[in-house]
Design a binder for this molecule. Structure first.
Ligand code: GH3
Ligand code: MG
Ligand code: MG
Ligand code: MG
Length: 313
């Protein structure tokens, strides 16, 4: 396994993990111990506009899957140290549960293996050799569906923010990245102040406009690799990679400054809305996103108690 790890680096298969990954480029994860095949697929698909990540063991493949969340997985059947579907099953099941298509590409043509793979939920079974032209078409057939499904489960309709459902996936990814890179990571919980009054006084549709303007201000000011979620109602979460708690506070001050200039109108009346926020910074004692969120939630509660329209670290 150590030799293989060296091989991956030598052949340049271990792609740099880019925080600023372009969301429009589909990411394909290839898990195969045949370096020649992987090199061929990597070159072939990259020249066709894909980003290709590669792993030569199932364990590495699972790690990369969890951290990078590719759009599609190309999975070999025979992998070193793996008996039958034992480890492959956990990769396939996780992928399926996130609507990520798995294409099994293998030299094994046995019917019982094919049937087992299809039963586990793979989208396609391809017997080697395959050329990249055909592979690209077969991947694209799957991605067309995947893109629509994924967009609709990841995106909140009113605000365009990511959904709470997607937070479970993205949260794991960010925690893994923190553990690997040791770069600071902060999160911020944001909640509009007295929002029930806005609805009661100006109507629900005025409330909707406030929500979407609030989200727009944040989306405009955040960096590309910051992640922005609507947790529900008028409560939001920002994940800020490479950002300390103090830096997060500055980001929030800028957001507060901009949002305070948003003047809303309903009939003849003008009004402004404020928000409170709680910041939490990741450290080595915290190893779960849920723990970090609890901390930010407590800080948010303190901000509310302290008089609202403020941020607590
Ligand atoms: P606090 O300052 O303590 O946060 O008080 P609040 O009034 O903001 O908090 P509360 O949780 O009492 O009220 C939240 C309100 O948000 C109640 C709910 O009707 C409203 N709300 C939730 N989702 C939506 C939505 O999608 N659109 C609109 N217009 N209102 C929503
Ligand atoms: Mg193999
Ligand atoms: Mg509120
Ligand atoms: Mg609330």
């Amino acid at each position: 396994i150590e030799d293989q790890a060296i091989n991956e680096v030598e052949v340049g298969l271990v792609s740099a993990v880019s925080a600023e990954k372009d969301e429009t480029i589909p990411v394909v994860l290839v898990i195969d111990d045949d370096i020649d095949f992987v090199t061929y697929v990597k070159e072939g698909l990259e020249s066709r506009g894909f980003m290709v990540l590669a792993a030569v063991t199932a364990e590495k493949g699972l790690d990369l899957f969890l951290e990078q969340r590719p759009n599609c997985v190309i999975l070999d059947y025979l992998l070193p140290g793996v008996k039958g579907f034992e480890l492959l099953q956990s990769i396939i099941t996780r992928a399926i549960s996130e609507f990520i298509p798995v294409l099994m590409v293998t030299a094994v043509a046995a019917k019982e293996v094919r049937l087992e793979a299809y039963k586990l939920g793979i989208s396609d079974y391809i017997i080697k050799p395959i050329d990249c032209e055909e592979l690209e078409i077969r991947i694209n057939n799957r991605l067309r569906i995947q893109t629509v499904v994924q967009y609709s489960i990841m995106t909140d309709e009113l605000t365009g923010a990511y959904t709470r459902r997607y937070l479970n996936i993205e949260g794991n990814k960010q925690v893994n990245q923190f553990k690997r890179t040791k770069q600071p990571l902060s999160i911020v919980m944001l909640d509009l102040d007295y929002f029930k009054n806005v609805n009661d006084t100006y109507g629900h549709s005025a409330g909707d406009i406030v929500l979407s303007r609030f989200a727009a201000v944040i989306s405009d000011l955040k960096r590309d690799y910051d992640r922005f979620f609507r947790l529900g109602g008028e409560e939001f979460l920002l994940i800020l990679p490479n950002t300390s708690g103090n830096e997060a506070n500055k980001v929030i001050n800028r957001i507060r400054n901009h949002f305070s200039k948003e003047v809303f109108r309903s009939d003849e009346k003008e009004f402004v809305v404020t928000f409170s926020s709680g910041i939490a910074e990741m450290n080595n004692q915290i190893n779960k996103m849920t723990t970090l969120i609890e901390q930010a939630d407590q800080a948010l509660y303190a901000a509310k108690k302290g008089g609202r329209n403020r941020s607590v670290v």
